[in-house]
Design a protein around this ligand. Structure first.
Ligand code: DAH
Length: 339
């Protein structure tokens, strides 16, 4: 018996030392301890031994079995630890490697410019309002003192949805919306997208942005207009900026003017940017026409006001020395990231 057990143990030890994985270990386990194993055969054969020997043999076989089970458990543990270590090693993260660069965006140069404009006017007590981009003929033209067939419409052709609905050509219709809904005193700016049937080039786009301004109260004069826009120009382009008013014509203001600012490239000396003028035009303005006030049920004998409209792209082009408007819309990050 001892001899047989010794052989079984030696055979087991030899095989167990070669084990590389859990499957082989399980195969070995069933070979050595299973129903068809030699150990089991020995156990069955105990009956043939003498009565005195039986308990001794039984104990010897059991001890052998326990020894084998313990060894198998040890090897299994070792295999599992080895597998875990291997996995940990493979999945190690090298925290010294540089990470993926996250490109952070920022607001578009036009949004930045608009935000500057808004903040300047907000600091002077203006309210920012928004309105529809699809307008009726009445708001876009008629109420602004531009009747059907008036030549002032010629420069403002647009996309007509039907005879009455169109994509607004200017933010000026916001003057009407505000005066219809608010009692004076009124002090608003209305930024937004406008549309015109223009061919794309360096200074034209069928879609661009304007900021409208409107002030209505008692005793508002051209002096208020001039001071407000002088302050605006200084805050936007610097303390030394001067403005110049040139007479002009708009249907919805009387008198009307265009406003120029000192060329910030040459400080007024004259350069290619300002075409040797020393000044650059930035907006249109004027005193609100009595007809427009009347259209909104505001008595021109009691109230007066001024309005202005500026092109946002133009403002940004001058501020940042950009010579082609198309750059704003191309989404080329090499351009956009500069601002
Ligand atoms: N709406 C005019 C345009 O698009 C700009 C303008 C001029 C607006 C004079 C005004 C203004 O409010 O008073 O050409």
């Amino acid at each position: 018996m001892e001899e047989k057990l010794k052989l079984i143990w030696e055979n087991f030890e030899k095989r167990v030392s070669d084990i590389q994985n859990v499957k082989d270990l399980n195969d070995l386990k069933s070979d050595i301890l299973g129903k068809k194993s030699e150990l089991n055969a020995l156990l069955k054969a105990i009956g043939q031994a003498s009565k005195e020997d039986r308990p001794k043999f039984g104990q010897m076989i059991n001890e052998q079995r326990q020894k084998i089970q313990k060894k198998i458990a040890d090897v299994q543990n070792e295999l599992e630890t080895r597998a875990l270590n291997k996995k940990l090693k493979e999945e190690t993260i090298d925290i010294t490697l540089p990470g993926h660069k996250v490109n952070l965006g920022h607001s578009h140069v036009l949004s930045q410019t608009l935000s500057d404009v808004e903040n300047i006017f907000i600091s002077m007590g203006f309210q920012v309002v928004n309105g529809p981009e699809i307008e009726t003929d009445y708001y876009n033209f008629e109420a602004l003192n531009i009747p059907k067939d008036h030549p002032a419409r010629d420069t403002q052709d647009t996309f007509y949805i039907n005879d009455n609905l169109l994509l607004r050509t200017q933010t000026s219709p916001m003057q009407i919306h505000v005066m219809e809904n608010q009692k004076p005193p009124i002090r608003i700016i209305a930024p937004g997208r406008v549309y015109r049937s223009d061919t794309v080039d360096a200074t034209h786009s069928p879609i661009f942005h304007q900021v409208e301004g409107l002030v209505i109260d008692k005793n508002i004069t051209m002096g208020n207009l001039k001071w407000t826009l002088q302050e605006f120009a200084k805050k936007l382009y610097g303390e030394n900026t001067k403005i110049r008013l040139r007479p002009h014509h708009f249907q919805f203001t009387e008198p009307s003017c265009e406003i120029d600012v000192t060329c910030f490239k040459c400080q007024g000396k004259g350069c290619p940017m300002c075409k040797d003028e020393g000044f650059i035009e930035i907006l249109g303005a004027g005193m609100v026409h009595p007809n427009v006030l009347r259209n909104c049920n505001i008595d021109p004998e009691v109230y007066s006001g001024f309005a202005f409209g500026l092109g946002l792209e133009r403002l940004a082009m001058f501020k940042f020395n950009i010579d082609d408007m198309r750059l704003f819309y191309k989404n080329d990050t090499r351009f956009l990231s500069q601002f």
